[in-house]
Design a protein around this ligand. Structure first.
Ligand SMILES: *Cc1c(COP(=O)(O)O)cnc(C)c1O
Length: 409
């Protein structure tokens, strides 16, 4: 179990985010290694039978078995907790396993969940399809309409689940408002912070109870491993640890080690993604083939005041809509040479996706429509290549897609 963390050192100095990203959770081992160790072991030796009994009963802290205790995983959990300003964190096998652990740990049949419209497609499916079978009721609410959230609350509402900004259309949830709404009804607010990361947004500061990440996105940042993590108050997180111990969707120590090393460069990488993305978004907004660009950094983002209050940056995910629907989008994607056609986000490599036929393909046309996922929409995760090369690739693909005779502005 992760001990409560604080942003203060032994001498009481407050540390900055970049320092925590590099240092938090580090434990000195008997071998004095400076870089965090990858501890690959399924079980642990006990001092004696009494020690084993005490550790099994959780009366004494210590390692028991890899499904629920591992030093490398614990170091990763502690680092994420510090970065999010949370007391504690728990790591899981994937982002969806994190949602599953939250649901098994904190919901029961008869509970009601409010889910933001336009969240990750699989998240919607988990609640609306699977949890529904166990009597957990879900209402999908437009993320940008505060009054709709207030109206959707019921006596049984136990949790509000949002992603901010939502992907792909970059709608922003008012975290402070939703936290107050939830707390007034004795419910919890969960914010999926995968896109902004704690570098650009710390939902707990605005009152969120739980912050969730798909760790394979920006936390890994190099498209290698799957994993998830949830941060929050120690009492809530220990319920989720109980789910891991009992049901087993735990994070592999190897993946935890990758993430731990990746977190050291998270602030640097996020600022570099942010800088490249600002250039790409501004360039796209100027293209005659583009009907709209969805980017929280746009001067004309419909919620720019809320964005400024909540986010200190915009990250690397944007989307844009082409005139010409699916045919134009597919033909544009198929002509890119540098940018990869793959459905992930948060890699050093730039990646493009046509959500309507992939990530959101299992939604009904009506669900896609209300989530803003049109046939002409493309999601772009801007990587860390030279930005001139990214723009040149997009320009080349636009030129190759245009009918003969048409010219770029
Ligand atoms: C990818 C993603 C998830 C799901 O995480 P997995 O690690 O793929 O299970 C959840 N939320 C967001 C915002 C994501 O991008």
């Amino acid at each position: 179990m992760t001990p409560p963390s604080s942003n203060r050192t032994a001498s009481g100095t407050r540390r900055g985010l970049a320092t925590e990203a590099v240092r938090a959770g580090h434990r000195q081992s008997v071998d004095d290694q400076h870089s965090e160790a990858l501890v690959l072991t399924s079980s642990y030796l006990f001092d004696d039978s009494h020690d084993a009994a005490e550790k099994f009963a959780q009366r004494r802290p210590g390692n028991v078995y890899v499904r629920f205790t591992n030093p490398t995983v614990r170091a990763f959990e502690e680092r994420v907790a510090r970065l999010e300003g949370a007391e504690s964190a728990v790591a899981t096998a994937s982002g969806m396993a994190a949602f599953l652990a939250v649901s098994l740990g904190l919901l029961r049949g008869g509970d009601h969940v409010l889910l933001a419209e336009g969240v990750f497609g699989t998240t919607t499916r988990l609640y609306a399809h699977y949890l529904d079978r166990f009597g957990v009721m879900t209402t999908v609410v437009p993320v940008t309409d505060p009054a709709a959230w207030a109206r959707a609350m019921r006596a049984q509402t136990r949790m509000l689940v949002v992603e901010s900004p939502t992907n792909p259309v970059m709608a922003v949830a008012d975290i402070r408002y939703l936290a107050e709404l939830a707390h007034a009804a004795g419910a919890l607010l969960l914010v999926d912070n995968t896109l902004c990361t704690p570098v650009f947004q710390q939902p707990i500061v605005f009152g969120a109870d739980l912050v969730l990440h798909s760790a394979g996105k920006y936390i890994d940042g190099q498209g290698r491993c799957g994993g998830g993590v949830v941060a929050g108050r120690a009492g809530l997180i220990s319920e989720l640890h109980g789910v891991l111990r009992t049901a087993g969707p735990s994070l592999s120590p190897f993946n935890a080690w990758i993430f731990l090393k990746s977190l050291e460069t998270l602030p640097v990488r996020m600022r570099a993604h942010d800088a490249n993305t600002a250039v790409v978004a501004a360039w796209l907004a100027d293209q005659p083939d583009v009907r709209a660009v969805h980017y929280t950094g746009s001067a004309d983002h419909p919620q720019r005041e809320l964005v400024a209050a909540q986010q200190s940056g915009h990250g690397g995910v944007i989307s844009f809509e082409l005139y010409g629907g699916q045919q134009a989008s597919w033909s544009f994607v198929d002509r890119l040479e540098l940018v990869s056609n793959t459905t992930n986000i948060g890699d050093t490599k730039s990646m493009i996706t046509h959500p309507a036929s992939t990530t959101h393909g299992r939604l009904t046309p009506a669900q896609r429509d209300s989530a803003g996922v049109t046939d002409g929409l493309l999601r772009l995760s801007v990587g860390l290549e030279d930005v001139e090369d990214i723009v040149a690739d997009l320009a080349r693909a636009f030129a190759a897609t245009r009918p003969a005779g048409a010219r770029a502005r």
